[in-house]
Design a binder for this molecule. Structure first.
Ligand SMILES: Cc1cc2nc3c(=O)[nH]c(=O)nc-3n(C[C@H](O)[C@H](O)[C@H](O)COP(=O)(O)OP(=O)(O)OC[C@H]3O[C@@H](n4cnc5c(N)ncnc54)[C@H](O)[C@@H]3O)c2cc1C
Length: 378
């Protein structure tokens, strides 16, 4: 493979410690978490103790103050082991940046240090039962009443939904407006009127506590507003580009791992007196996938360089999300096929990766929405 140029020796040392931690401390429990449908708090606390949560948040707010390459490494190592139950990236690299970029010093002081230790788990609640793609049409309201907002509505498909202590909620502060009526309000899980609904049963990412949420006239202080009223949609459009890069990071690392598993498997599995990899069909399939994954890796890494330089535009981020998640679907399907019947057995990592990957084309904006975003710029 073409050598990567994103990381220094120091980054690679960090990768080693992340890999060791994930392999030894988390991976052995993932199956049990799949059965329970959630990751226990101790796993968050352990990650926090190691300094693996909120790494890109400045030290003054409890983070490590590291560059985003460290976040990328954490996501890559998690994807390589297919630990899809861990909602760490969403917590550390989606919710924390909203607070860091748009929050007041008081908000940062109140929430970020506890998020960095794993004492608080965070989630973001945009999607509603009535629709996720058309964000401007959300119906949850936050109505100003004196020094408070009163929040009413319902959200669904919320990652970390059962375990989170803090929810960054997209609400309408002005019902007569579309995008300009949207604001982001932080809701603590212990507020009266806040209720968690079902932990949703899913095709994949089974250790993830994806949930419904209900807001029954939940009163929060107006100081829980993130940034300015009416600017929430703009903030989301800005931050969603980085979230879409997460999909790419997970997709390419997961495909690289899946190729390794499949090459190993086809070397050891025998049919008609020879190793499965000796059939020309197997080699051609693997050769095509290896080429595609290499192309994906180069595209992704170049875009990550642009992220680090603050130069990646939202359209290109949409292209990364679209292309890498489509590639992941194709590659994992082909890898699964080369495993034969074992590829359908839950105990095989390829099976889990295949199931878990399906959502990559759906969340963070569906791939159809990515095409819309790209198409609009033509
Ligand atoms: C496991 C999981 C975790 C998630 N985590 C979170 C989370 O933490 N927080 C959160 O807020 N949300 C989360 N989501 C929600 C996710 O972002 C939405 O499911 C997604 O945005 C799609 O919204 P929808 O499901 O309402 O589909 P819909 O918007 O109803 O779309 C249905 C179909 O119509 C297509 N479509 C819609 N509009 C157009 C258009 N203009 N042009 C062409 N086709 C269109 C879509 O592409 C899709 O194929 C999660 C979802 C899942 C499955």
């Amino acid at each position: 493979m073409i050598a990567r140029t994103l990381f220094s020796e120091e980054h690679e040392m960090f990768r080693e410690s992340v890999r060791r931690f994930m392999e030894r401390e988390l991976a052995p429990h993932h199956e049990e978490w799949e059965e329970k449908g959630e990751v226990p708090r101790w796993a968050w606390k352990k990650a926090g103790e190691q300094g693996f949560l909120c790494v890109a948040i400045p030290e003054e707010w409890g983070g490590v103050g590291a560059d985003r390459r460290y976040s990328i490494i954490l996501m890559e190592e998690q994807a390589r082991l297919n630990l899809t139950g861990l909602g760490f990236p969403l917590h550390s690299d989606i919710v924390a940046p909203y607070i860091h970029h748009y929050g007041t010093p008081d908000q940062k002081r109140a929430w970020l240090p506890k998020m960095a230790t794993g004492d608080y788990i965070a989630a973001i609640a945009m999607t509603e039962p009535g629709g996720g793609s058309d964000l401007q049409a959300i119906r949850t309201t936050a109505i100003r009443d004196g020094d408070d907002y009163v929040i009413s509505g319902q959200k669904t498909f919320i990652t970390n939904g059962q375990t989170a202590d803090l929810f960054l909620v997209a609400c309408k502060t002005d019902r007569s407006e579309g995008a300009r009526g949207i604001s982001l309000v932080m809701v603590e899980a212990d507020r009266a009127g806040f209720e968690r609904g079902r932990r949703l049963k899913k095709l994949g990412t089974k250790a993830q506590d994806t949930s419904e949420l209900f807001f029954n006239e939940v009163r929060v202080p107006a100081t829980n507003l993130i940034g300015e009223e009416g600017k929430g949609f703009g903030y989301m459009m800005q931050e969603l580009a980085w979230e879409r890069m997460h999909v790419g990071i997970q997709a390419v690392s997961c495909c690289e791992a899946a190729l390794d598993w499949t090459i190993d498997y086809t070397k050891s599995r025998r049919a008609f007196g020879k190793a499965v990899i000796e059939f020309q069909n197997s080699r051609f399939t693997l050769a095509e996938m290896k080429t595609e994954v290499q192309v994906g890796r180069i595209f992704l890494d170049r875009c990550l360089e642009l992220v680090l330089e603050g130069k990646l535009d939202t359209t290109t981020a949409a292209m990364v999300k679209l292309w890498t998640s489509e590639m992941q679907g194709k590659v994992l399907d082909a890898c699964l096929q080369l495993h034969g019947g074992y590829g359908f057995m839950w105990e095989y990592p390829i099976t889990r990766a295949f199931a878990d990957a399906r959502v990559q084309r759906i969340y963070a904006g569906t791939n159809e929405i990515m095409k819309e975003l790209i198409g609009r710029t033509l």
